[in-house]
Design a binder for this molecule. Structure first.
Ligand code: DQA
Length: 144
């Protein structure tokens, strides 16, 4: 099983960014966590982070025919990007949304997730473990 992991804007600032919300671990730690989880589950992983909406859209479009599924934390674009929603719908690969924090318990503007409308599941508020939950979910869903 091949999965594409996409992380949106400011997630490269993990460790420095609002540690009371996102913790002290860095983006490099998150990548290492995802790689370990994927190795344990026999999943081939590509991990990308971008601060640019169009780059995330391009990556989603290019995933078609290459990956079995997408794990996406669109970060702030979660709450604004119809382009990411449309890209996920366009490729119609099984997708799972992950958020480190529990977006349902934060500001009202974080309660809407456009990307989530094209995802089969959302794991929010579990920190890094949300990515593992997404891998397990997709493995079960894809029967791999
Ligand atoms: C986030 C939640 C978003 O609301 C926020 O804009 C982020 C990170 C999370 O992982 O908790 O950048 O996606």
């Amino acid at each position: 099983m091949k999965l594409l992991f996409l992380n949106g804007p400011n997630l490269n600032m993990l460790g420095r960014r609002e540690p009371e919300i996102y913790g002290h671990q860095t983006y490099a730690d998150l990548e290492a966590f995802i790689r370990n989880v994927c190795a344990e589950h026999g999943v081939e992983a590509t991990i990308l982070q971008s601060n640019h909406e169009g780059a995330l859209v391009d990556a989603i479009q290019q995933a078609w025919g290459i990956y079995d599924g997408i794990v996406i934390n669109p970060a702030a674009y979660t709450h604004t990007s119809i382009a990411i929603l449309d890209a996920l719908k366009a490729v119609s690969l099984p997708a799972v949304e992950v958020h480190l924090s529990d977006i349902s318990k934060r500001e009202d503007f974080r309660k809407v997730s456009y990307a989530g409308m094209a995802c089969q599941a959302t794991f929010a508020g579990f920190g890094f473990a949300g990515y593992e939950k997404a891998v397990v979910f997709l493995k079960e869903r894809l029967g791999k």
